[in-house]
Design a protein around this ligand. Structure first.
Ligand SMILES: [Zn+2]
Length: 352
């Protein structure tokens, strides 16, 4: 399973590869730029450049180091990113196993993954793990590289000040054979103590030509919505990651609320809401909206019961099977707009 190739960023790549060749690349870097523009993919690419054994143009893509790096199996290319909290008792070794599994599933998805949700973080056991790994010699290459994605999600925990301080020391003065590459779309939210120890590099959104190559990539096609290239390029707005998963929880819940409000306002309003919905949403996101709708209906039933409004409670409960039915239809490849129209019609009827 190969990672999707890095699309775009050619000028920046040439600069970084040149610095890696001359030995002038800062040892602690921060790639900053909008969410989804490919900062972590770029960081992994730079990791491959640093590990590549070829004497000429790097990365060669052919040497053993490159082959291991390209499938994220290189023991000297470590990747950390926000994940669910595994509990404060997690040992660094367990953390490495957790990340091994998570990275494996990202590789199986060709490196195309949705943005981690807001509850995910980079917890202290990860920091301890990084500190521990950084003290070891490279296992296979001449160097080792740590990529820390969404670094603003590193959770400061007073109880583990020791690990945090050790990491700061590492970032300030990494071992001679070690490079740290942090990425962030919210560099303002980074701990100032971290920000002051890394050299910032701006990663720009992809221009349309590079976006077009991304959406035409066979590996990308299965992971992005089934829309025309023009629509995809427009929706992505220079950020390929914006096309994947569309797991923005806030937007999903907001859309579910809008649909419910439209159903409450009556049939006509409901139909209009169904057909003014953007068609540019990933199918996965549509079923997310339906899931959120089920949750909202249960909430509504509970609230109505609480204030003794049995009629409203019953209406909400009666609407749930219609949502489940819509979910089945959506998963069966039906047109989301038609499914929404039918669902809202039924919700409006249930509300009466
Ligand atoms: Zn190579």
């Amino acid at each position: 399973m190969p990672l999707i190739p890095l699309h775009g960023h050619e000028t920046l790549r040439a600069r970084l590869a040149g610095q890696a060749r001359d030995g002038t690349l800062p040892a602690s870097l921060l790639l900053q730029g909008p969410a989804g523009v490919g900062k972590q993919r770029l960081a992994l690419w730079l990791g491959q450049v640093l590990l590549c054994a070829d004497e000429g143009e790097r990365p060669c893509g052919l040497c053993q180091q490159c082959r291991f790096a390209l499938t994220l199996q290189h023991p000297d290319l470590r990747w950390f990113f926000p994940m669910k909290n595994n509990g404060s008792a997690t040992e660094p070794e367990e953390a490495q196993e957790l990340y091994g599994t998570a990275i494996q599933s990202r590789v199986e998805a060709n490196g195309l993954y949705a943005r981690p949700d807001g509850s995910m973080g980079i917890f202290h056991y990860v920091t301890r793990s990084i500190v521990q790994l950084a003290s070891r010699s490279p296992a296979m290459a001449r160097r080792k590289v740590f990529v820390i994605g969404d670094a603003e999600r590193m959770v400061p925990q007073a109880a583990n000040a020791e690990a945090a301080n050790a990491l700061l020391k590492l970032l300030e003065e990494p071992p001679a054979d070690t490079t740290f590459i942090l990425t962030s779309s919210e560099p303002g939210a980074l701990l100032p103590t971290i920000r002051s120890r890394v050299v910032s590099v701006r990663v720009a959104p992809l221009p349309d030509a590079a976006m077009r190559r991304f959406v035409a990539d066979d590996l990308a096609r299965g992971a992005i919505p089934n829309e025309t290239p023009d629509d995809l390029v427009r929706i992505a707005n220079g950020a390929p990651g914006a096309l994947i998963g569309a797991s923005d929880r806030g937007a999903v819940v907001q859309r579910a609320r809008q649909l419910l409000a439209a159903a409450d306002a009556g049939r006509e309003q409901a139909l209009r809401a169904a057909f003014t919905a953007g068609s540019g949403k990933a199918r996965g996101a549509f079923t997310d909206v339906l899931d959120a709708l089920t949750v909202l209906l249960h909430e509504r039933a509970r609230e109505a019961t609480g204030r003794g409004d049995a009629r409203a409670a019953l209406a909400a409960v009666k609407a749930v099977p219609a949502v489940e039915e819509a979910k089945r239809a959506a998963e069966g490849n039906a047109n989301p707009q038609l499914v929404t129209a039918r669902l809202l019609d039924e919700l409006a009827a249930a509300a009466r």
